[in-house]
Design a protein around this ligand. Structure first.
Ligand SMILES: Cc1cc2nc3c(=O)[nH]c(=O)nc-3n(C[C@H](O)[C@H](O)[C@H](O)COP(=O)(O)OP(=O)(O)OC[C@H]3O[C@@H](n4cnc5c(N)ncnc54)[C@H](O)[C@@H]3O)c2cc1C
Length: 450
């Protein structure tokens, strides 16, 4: 007898965060609970009716849509691109099923013992309580602008990016980007690419760019070469002491005072010095490490003595785990959380002890960096450092990986029809699955570096 027929009610899964990690949890879980292989697996297994279980997935997000965070450097340089980088949840075909519900709001508290979340609903600001069977924290990091837009609606975000783009276009005295981490580098290079007449200067306090990343010097030096090739000027090994805003209209709007005494005029100053912190303040403190990240087991289950830890999971940037925070990792962890939750649901029905999918303990540092028309990459197995327009195409395509991520998560596919149970073992569903497996294999290769 299929599991779906012996369960009393759907398992209720609450996912906080509707971005790479959260959507990967929801979509892979939908696949598995419909008896399909998880969409990232890329194998050709047929439908397995006995794996089918009814689920109700609730996704809570402060935003009204999926925002492609990787595309921020371009969204803050091109209005045309900004339109594409944020898709309202209601416009994502893969999520249009009665098994998925959205709540727009911010989680403020989690009662793990009662398995009850408190959400401050957007608009009304009222507290709403949501009961759940399984919980996934996928709310990532709180990032300052312009790494991420501060707006929470697509409409406001378009105004926010448009204002930034207008300011850059009007910056006759040039744009200064402070901080040559990955975000600063990509932001400076995209602005120079889109606004070639504007002088763009990248200032960094260390002698090498990407100084806080655990990556080989060869990669950092190559990245600097690409920055210069892209037409961005650099000032290294000096700190910005102060940014002074001019009160008069006859001089440049800003003057930047450097630690070596230099003063540089600018029409716009962008602060790209990394400012972020995990968003897990709604969780019990003992579920978190000293920096505020969620302590997890390799199976993505909470690794703390909170009540009902078995039912609580976390995925994506919010977790305390090795490796550079990357969207490929967030999606991978989302998939594993989905697989393990599905196993737990089945195990409770059938009374078996499952073997969980587990993350590798030591995730080596890896990165793909888009610098104008070219990209640099560095990663396992041998930390090969490579760069070029072909690397850009492979890792980012023409839109800073928006299409790659969209297709990898298969956000544009209509959800599989669940009923009737018997029709999907062969025929159309299997054909679609084979096609999607090929696609999944291709995208996984691309996403394996950053
Ligand atoms: C500018 C930039 C460029 C990047 N480039 C790359 C790259 O090239 N390659 C790469 O692999 N990685 C890149 N990254 C890193 C990558 O974007 C992150 O690793 C990835 O976004 C993590 O996904 P996530 O789903 O865990 O979290 P996020 O993408 O941060 O999503 C978290 C979601 O949770 C929601 N949320 C937060 N708090 C709450 C709350 N209290 N209640 C409800 N909802 C909440 C947010 O609105 C958001 O939708 C880049 C990051 C930045 C900032």
């Amino acid at each position: 007898m299929s599991a779906a027929r012996i369960t009393e009610r759907p398992a209720r899964i609450l996912v906080i965060g509707g971005s790479y990690a959260g959507l990967s949890v929801a979509l892979n879980l939908l696949d598995l609970c419909n008896g399909l292989p998880s969409r990232f697996t890329g194998n050709n297994s047929p439908l397995i009716p006995s794996q089918r279980v009814p689920v109700e997935i609730t996704i809570v997000d402060e935003r009204d849509g999926f925002y492609h965070l990787i595309g921020s450097p371009l969204a803050f340089a091109s209005s045309e691109y900004a339109l594409k980088a944020w898709t309202l949840f209601q416009d994502i075909p893969a999520l249009q099923t009665s098994a998925v519900k959205f709540v727009r709001g911010s989680i403020s508290d989690l009662d793990c013992e009662e398995r009850l979340a408190t959400i401050i609903e957007h608009g009304t600001q009222q507290s709403v309580h949501i009961e759940y069977d399984y919980f996934v924290a996928a709310s990532g990091l709180r990032r300052a602008a312009p790494s991420a837009p501060q707006a929470l609606s697509r409409k406001q975000y378009l105004l926010e990016t448009a204002e930034h783009i207008r300011a850059a276009e009007a910056a006759k005295d040039g744009v200064i980007v402070v901080g040559a981490g990955a975000v600063g580098i990509e932001m400076a290079a995209e602005l120079k690419l889109l606004l070639p007449k504007i002088k763009v200067t990248l200032i960094h306090s260390r002698s090498r760019i990407l100084s806080s990343e655990p990556l080989p010097d060869e990669f950092k030096d190559l990245a600097l070469k690409l920055v210069h090739e892209a037409g961005v000027k650099t000032i290294l090994d000096v700190r910005v002491i102060e940014t002074i805003e001019s009160k008069t209209s006859d001089s440049a709007p800003f003057e930047v005072l450097l630690s070596d005494g230099r003063r540089i005029k600018a029409g716009l100053v962008i602060n790209a010095v990394s400012k972020f912190h995990p968003t897990a303040s709604y969780l019990p403190p003992r579920a978190l490490d000293p920096e505020g990240y969620v302590k997890i087991k390799p199976s993505l289950q909470f690794n703390s003595d909170i009540p009902n830890a078995f039912y609580h999971h976390a995925a994506g940037d919010i977790v305390s785990w090795s490796g550079i925070k990357r969207c490929g990792t967030a999606m991978h962890q989302g998939q594993y959380a989905a697989i393990n939750i599905h196993k737990k649901i089945l195990a409770q029905i059938c009374g078996i002890t499952p073997t969980y999918k587990e993350l590798a303990f030591d995730v080596p540092p890896m990165m793909g960096l888009a610098v104008g028309k070219k990209a640099a990459s560095c990663g396992p197995p041998d930390h090969t450092v490579t760069a070029g327009e072909d690397v850009m195409q492979l890792f980012f395509g023409n839109d800073l990986a928006l299409t790659i991520c969209w297709n990898y998560m298969r956000l544009g596919d209509a959800p599989f029809k669940v009923e009737p149970l018997s029709t999907s073992v062969d025929g159309e569903d299997t054909k679609v699955d084979t096609l999607s497996s090929q696609r999944a294999n291709l995208y996984m290769k691309r996403l394996s570096v950053r």
